[in-house]
Design a protein around this ligand. Structure first.
Ligand code: UTP
Length: 284
């Protein structure tokens, strides 16, 4: 079985749910306390054994590549001021992992974005992480998916139960065998009445390279090539298992999800926790 060492992170979406800020700032760069959301996701990759990351970026979001690139001027400045702690912080960002940037000229959907990595991934299974789906965890969520892949030698979806009123926001899975967590199909944003379950696929995938055949032959729905549709097609030919991961999930592409992530991450940070707790207690 091939080891999972490559990850694709699509970050070229327009973020229309988070306007107006996303007119000028990529949602994936919005800070959770003091670090961009995307940095946490890249750190999750590194902690899960990923060695190469393919970021699918947009010409409208040049700041993403700038942030993860070396900034010699800033490093020289920090060095001259003997700010060595800050220097290390800045250097660690550009040394975090081998990152390759692939440009999606137009936002034609998550499936189109992932397919741009085809010639670099070639014939290997790989990970996909959505750049606006942030996880907090004890064990990295991607690592939990990789363990399911290693057990079954299969495609894997990261999933969690969601409340009934949220079912119409996600790809919802239908089980072939719930005890084995074997998945039969996935439906994008169903109504609660027609939804096969309330188990949602949440922005973490391990995919076999045959997904690229499905992406090459995919039809547009709602003017986009949706990764979920290609996954559903591949499910008719290959095994998919669900990994109900342990950890919390935040959709930082939505305003409330972003706010929640900042509060929850703040409550976990030793340097902020007490002040934030006291503030919330006193005020509310
Ligand atoms: P989303 O559907 O959450 O992103 O895609 P979006 O299209 O930016 O969202 P809204 O609805 O307009 O607010 C999940 C991930 O896939 C990327 C996004 O940047 C996000 O990280 N994506 C989406 C692309 O890279 N290309 C696309 O064409 C669409």
């Amino acid at each position: 079985m091939k080891k999972i060492t490559k990850a694709v992170i699509p970050v070229a979406g327009l973020g229309t749910r988070f306007l107006p800020i996303t007119k000028g700032v990529a949602k994936e760069l919005l800070p959770i306390i003091d670090k961009p959301a995307l940095q946490y996701i890249i750190e999750e990759c590194v902690a899960s054994g990923i060695e190469e990351i393919y970021l699918i970026t947009s010409p409208l979001k040049p700041a993403i590549k700038n942030y993860f690139s070396k900034n010699i001027k800033l490093e020289k400045f920090l060095s001259s001021k003997e700010k060595y702690e800050e220097l290390k912080l800045v250097q660690n960002i550009s040394n975090i992992c081998k990152i390759y940037y692939l440009v999606q000229k137009e936002p034609l959907g998550s499936g189109h974005a992932v397919n741009l990595a085809q010639k670099y991934i070639k014939n290997e299974p790989f990970a996909v992480l959505y750049g606006d789906d942030l996880m907090s965890y004890d064990k990295p969520v991607l690592k939990q998916l990789i363990e399911v892949y290693e057990k079954n030698d299969s495609n894997v979806l990261g999933v969690k139960k969601v409340k009934d009123d949220l079912v119409n926001r996600y790809g919802i899975i239908e089980f072939e065998d719930e005890n084995l967590m074997k998945v039969k199909s996935i439906v994008e944003k169903p109504n609660i009445d027609s939804a096969p379950s309330n188990i949602a696929s949440l922005g973490r995938y391990i995919l076999k390279p045959e997904i690229f055949n499905e992406l090459d032959n995919l039809k547009m729905t709602n003017k986009e090539y949706q990764l979920t549709n290609a996954i559903d097609n591949l499910m008719q030919k290959q095994d998919f298992y669900a990994c109900e991961f342990v950890g919390d999930y935040y959709d930082i592409g939505s305003k409330f999800g972003y706010l929640k992530a900042n509060i929850e991450f703040g409550l976990k940070r030793d340097d902020i926790k007490n002040e934030l707790q006291n503030y919330l207690k006193q005020k509310y």
